[in-house]
Write a protein that binds this ligand. Structure first.
Ligand SMILES: Nc1ncnc2c1ncn2[C@@H]1O[C@H](COP(=O)(O)OP(=O)(O)OP(=O)(O)O)[C@@H](O)[C@H]1O
Ligand SMILES: [Mg+2]
Length: 266
């Protein structure tokens, strides 16, 4: 698996202006956020408050090149807040955050612009002339080669989520941030899109931070699982079962039980 890393800090600026999909301007910001990291993500002493509510409190985290990290934690513990900070969508923080210059985000809702055809959504915000071939290649990769020219409203939920993944991948990210990207999908579609993310990760070799509430999903996909609570990472565990993973293997079952207990489910 090619990791596509390390990349030089002199690399060209990210090709996007779309805050929903990818990276903002490169370079260190006054607030401690920087885009010139040696690792896909390095976080030191990150603190984030909304008024009196301190959601993230001195959080430390490193994500290695090509590593697939799943982030679990109770509702409201700050997972999406952390992801938004890593995506540079929220700069009102204290602490140090360094993230790969090339990063992309996909959310629970695909957030496609209804007035642009699917291929134009995929390359939205990329610099230069609209490159249809690039969009088509990304759409073919996610199994949407037949949906290139349709309007987003024509897509099923699973197809829209695939288009959202194509939009992220076309940016060739070193860090892909996924916030519950499967949670709005029906069970069967969810399994298919989940498998697709696993394949895309193996092919592209980018690091992934996947927020999920599903312990099994985390263990099926990730190299490493984090549990967030009380403003920090309270548990950090490698997942070393051979792939493809067998949910009934005793080691898998034991790790699932351990993670569930970290989440307060006994
Ligand atoms: N823009 C905001 N203004 C005020 N408070 C916010 C804002 N965004 C998030 N919060 C608060 O920060 C806390 C963490 O929210 P966040 O969305 O990060 O949680 P989460 O772990 O992603 O939850 P869930 O699993 O339900 O998606 C919550 O208490 C939430 O109310
Ligand atoms: Mg959330």
């Amino acid at each position: 698996m090619a990791t596509g890393f390390p990349r030089s800090v002199t690399e060209s600026a990210p090709e996007t202006a779309n805050p929903d999909t990818a990276a903002p301007a490169a370079g260190p910001a006054d607030d401690g956020t920087a885009s010139t990291a040696a690792l896909p993500a390095t976080v030191r002493g990150l603190t984030k408050s909304f008024g009196d509510n301190t959601v993230i409190d001195g959080l430390d985290l490193d994500i290695q090149p090509g590593q697939f990290v799943a982030l679990l934690g109770p509702s409201g513990c700050g997972k999406s807040t952390l992801l938004r900070i890593l995506a540079d969508l929220d700069r009102e923080i204290t602490g140090e955050v360094q993230v790969a210059q090339r990063r992309a985000v996909a959310f629970q809702a695909p957030r496609l612009l209804p007035w642009k055809r699917v291929w134009r959504n995929v390359i939205l915000g990329l610099r230069g002339k609209p490159n249809r071939a690039r969009a088509v290649a990304a759409l073919e990769e996610v199994g949407l080669g037949h949906r290139v020219d349709v309007w987003p409203k024509v897509l099923s939920g699973g197809e829209a989520q695939r288009a959202s993944l194509a939009r992220a991948l076309v940016r060739e990210p070193d860090l892909l941030l996924l916030d519950e990207p499967f949670s709005a999908l029906d069970a069967l579609t969810r399994l298919k899109v989940q498998a697709l993310v696993g394949e895309l990760w193996q092919r592209h070799g980018c690091a992934i931070l996947l927020v999920t509430h599903d312990v099994e999903e985390a263990l099926l996909l990730a190299d490493r699982v984090l549990v967030m609570n009380d403003g920090g990472i309270v548990h950090d565990q490698l997942v070393e079962h051979p792939r493809p993973r067998d949910v009934s293997a005793p080691a898998f079952v034991a790790q699932r039980a351990e993670l569930l207990s970290w989440l307060g489910v006994h």
